[in-house]
Write a protein that binds this ligand. Structure first.
Ligand code: AMP
Length: 390
């Protein structure tokens, strides 16, 4: 199924290995507030160290504007990694250049070097050939384990792979196996749940899933655009005017399920007045902020009867407790389902973690955008750039 070479197919003993990890972690006051992505990289890093490699790690973090910005330094992530690996790391405050070269040249097998944020260089997001070459020159093998960045053709994900033997890490392999299997050969019924604010970035996903899945359950702000396309007044609810036409072309498909009831509020505020309504006209001054309990039961029944469930995007404004019941209720249904369950996207994964249900989910993806592109049936450039398994 996964047709790319992995770290199991390559000899790294005594070699310097450049590993593109996804350490795009949330920071607050210079500390990592969620280390999920760092923990997810450990199996690959440990396997490479056990196999006798010297590791040079790189990642992006946040969106610095192509220049150094201390608020986005990878140093806190590097410190946490050292702690998790119980190893001494060396951190280099640059990605390429003399300091990185000297540190890489001096690196011994069993040791780890962490480079500074790839996006401190403008060449990263432009997939600049010169930056790719300089990065590749630090090592003898390239391992891409950054599933969360695999949908981006950047210097550290795609460019560098042209200059070194390039293989997948274990996280990359696992993510693609779960998501690829769900789309290509799902255990049926295959139920997809989509939510979140925006529909425009998910139209392609819905189109592909209408072919591949048995049911698509729509919640969150994106349902509003469908209501609008049905001609329903939605009051002050968030919707995307530019996506109404596309939504209209999808309406009427029997696989598509919209909320049966919704929670509306008098303001975008947890303290506002709120009530549950059967789906229908919403008055001016009110906005839809969650799916209602009848919808949670309805979606929950389909999830319970499913063979495969894929979920991306919250069912409402779950950051506010009064509008979190739809998302948390669905999280419980997904956790209780005997199906193969895959949750992708930062918000839905956070809802699962918040509910303490993470160990009841078959696979929680570390990549939101990348998992959506897989559900859309697209090839990820970061994966395409790796060596084929022969
Ligand atoms: P996305 O980045 O598209 O996955 O959207 C996630 C965001 O959608 C979360 O911050 C939610 O608060 C927001 N959201 C979900 N449902 C609604 C809604 N009905 N109205 C406004 N925002 C929503």
């Amino acid at each position: 199924m996964f047709n790319k070479k992995t770290i199991r197919d390559i000899d790294v003993n005594g070699k310097r290995v450049l590993v593109r990890v996804d350490f795009n972690v949330p920071l607050k006051d210079g500390r990592v507030t969620d280390d999920t992505r760092i923990r997810a990289a450990l199996p690959t890093l440990k396997a490479l160290l056990d196999a006798g490699a010297a590791l040079i790690l790189c990642s992006h973090l946040g969106r610095p504007k192509g220049q150094p910005d201390p608020a986005y330094s990878l140093e806190p992530a590097a410190d946490l990694l050292a702690n998790r690996l119980k190893a001494t790391n060396t951190f280099v405050p640059d990605l390429v250049g003399p300091k990185a070269q000297a540190a890489a040249a001096a690196l011994q097998p069993g040791r780890v070097l962490v480079l500074e944020n790839t996006r401190f260089h403008p060449g990263e997001t432009k997939n600049d050939p010169e930056l790719s070459k300089q990065l590749a020159a630090l090592a003898e093998v390239f391992v891409n384990d950054a599933f969360g960045s695999a949908h981006r053709a950047h210097a550290s994900t795609v460019g560098v792979a042209a200059h070194l033997p390039a293989v997948a890490g274990l996280l990359m392999e696992k993510e693609i196996q779960y998501l690829g299997q769900a789309v290509a050969k799902p255990k049926r019924p295959f139920v997809a749940i989509l939510g979140g604010a925006k529909i425009s970035d998910k139209i392609g996903v819905i189109r592909n899933l209408l072919v591949k899945a048995d049911s698509i359950l729509i919640g969150g702000g994106m349902a509003n655009t469908f209501f609008k396309a049905q001609g329903l007044p939605i009051g002050d609810s968030l919707f995307e005017p530019d996506a109404v036409e596309s939504a209209r072309t999808l309406l009427g498909n029997p696989k598509l399920h919209l909320p049966l009831d919704v929670v509306v509020a008098s303001a975008f505020d947890n303290e506002a007045e709120f009530r549950t309504l059967a789906t229908g006209p919403v008055q001016q001054g009110w906005r839809i902020l969650d799916i209602g309990p009848e919808t949670v039961r309805n979606f929950g029944r389909m999830v319970q009867a499913a063979g495969t469930v894929v979920w991306n995007g919250p069912m409402g404004v779950f950051e506010m407790s009064n509008y979190a019941n739809g998302t948390l209720g669905l999280a419980q249904a997904v956790a209780a389902s005997p199906a193969i369950t895959i949750v992708g996207g930062g918000d839905s994964a956070a809802a699962i973690q918040q509910s303490g249900l993470a160990d009841k989910i078959t696979h929680i993806s570390t990549g939101g955008g990348a998992s959506l592109e897989m559900l859309e049936g697209l090839e990820l450039p970061g994966v395409a750039a790796l060596l084929d398994k022969v």
